[in-house]
Design a protein around this ligand. Structure first.
Ligand SMILES: Cc1cc2nc3c(=O)[nH]c(=O)nc-3n(C[C@H](O)[C@H](O)[C@H](O)COP(=O)(O)O)c2cc1C
Length: 332
């Protein structure tokens, strides 16, 4: 039966084969696509959406506060929208101890405090709203951004697993000190210890050192403003789609890449290299542009980018607090 199938396959013109695979791929992908589209149109869970919007906005402000050189008055539009979402959350009468809420309030207070400390006068409309929040939620506390130094940041690099894990953060500040390729290879070899489906090892790594290429890539990535230009190295993670057998394995590239990416981040931390993941959730034209810049083979899918480099003596990191195990776990 298998031989007959292969024989028929060989006799079919390639174009017909392509259309056949495309059709079955569309059918399989629709199952997932419909869930996503349904969520965007029909999911009336305002609670989930308001929490998502809080996290999205407070994280941008959190990042702004920890930039190598925070710009006085930065991010007015996003702070205003965070204030709107906080008010919406309060209107819904949702729990005041939920992380998205407490951290949003904490970040807004920190934003106000930062500008008071540098004696920068914020626009009146913004200032009034921030002061109101400050008074109204005087007792609400979140996690402040962290000012640290190289020695302290890496002090658990040879420590116990729990201490090591808790000590890694995304760092968005780098020196121009060269990270040798051999050290990057050491890190990539460690990342290669990550499990992969049937040990098929689909991950690929493109190391970008050329200043022109780094700049061109960062110009089309939407999450590196204020720090990306400092990255001594960009690591573009990709995955070979030809390692998947059929369309039902379509998520394996991203899943395997996620496991690989986490080990790589840990390996960079272990080698005293600061790193920050950069999303590659982009439109197809940007993806095609990236392929032109660094000549990525057609059968590789790009997963994410890691900006990295050796660290300055002192720097700030975004606290990015986590929900507890109890909050995200369901026992069945
Ligand atoms: C897939 C992925 C994409 C990310 N994209 C960005 C990005 O574009 N810009 C950025 O500054 N941080 C980005 N991050 C870093 C997250 O903001 C960070 O991991 C999160 O806030 C948790 O903080 P931590 O890494 O310090 O533990 C990304 C992280 C992941 C995993």
């Amino acid at each position: 039966m298998r031989a007959l199938k292969a024989h028929i396959k060989n006799m079919l013109p390639q174009k017909l084969m392509y259309l056949y695979y495309l059709n079955s791929a569309k059918k399989a992908s629709m199952y997932d696509l419909k869930r996503r589209v349904y969520d965007k149109v029909y999911n009336k869970s305002d609670v989930e959406k308001v929490k998502r919007d809080l996290a999205l906005a407070y994280h941008i402000v959190e990042k702004g506060l920890t930039m190598p050189k925070p710009r006085p008055g930065f991010g007015k539009a996003v702070v205003m929208s965070l204030l709107d979402t906080v008010e919406k959350y309060a209107e819904f009468k949702l729990p005041k101890h939920d992380l998205e809420f407490t951290q949003s309030i904490s970040v807004l207070k920190e934003y106000l405090h930062f500008h008071e400390q540098i004696s920068f006068t914020l626009d009146n409309d913004l200032l009034t709203r921030l002061q109101t929040i400050n008074k109204r939620f005087a007792t609400v506390e979140g996690q402040k951004q962290i000012r640290t130094n190289k020695l302290d940041y890496f002090k658990h690099k040879n420590g116990s697993f729990d201490k090591f894990c808790q000590s890694r953060y995304s760092v968005r500040n780098y020196t121009n000190h060269e990270v040798p390729i051999s050290v990057l290879h050491d890190c990539i070899n460690l990342a290669q210890r990550s499990p992969s489906f049937c040990n098929r090892q689909p991950n690929r790594v493109h190391i970008v050192k050329s200043p022109e290429k780094k700049e061109a890539i960062l110009n089309i990535q939407n999450g590196n403003r204020g720090f990306g230009h400092l990255a001594e190295t960009l690591i573009v993670l990709s995955s070979v789609v030809s390692t998947t057998k059929d369309i039902h394995e379509r998520f394996e590239n991203h899943l395997n890449g996620g496991l690989f990416g986490m080990t790589l981040l840990n390996a960079l931390h272990y080698n005293e290299i600061g790193a920050c993941s950069l999303n590659w959730s982009v439109s197809d034209d940007k993806d095609m542009k990236l392929r032109e810049i660094i000549n990525i083979p057609h059968n590789e899918v790009v997963l994410m980018i890691i900006a990295c480099g050796y660290l300055p003596d002192e720097f700030s990191i975004a606290s990015s607090p986590r929900k507890s195990a109890e909050e995200i776990t369901k026992l069945h």
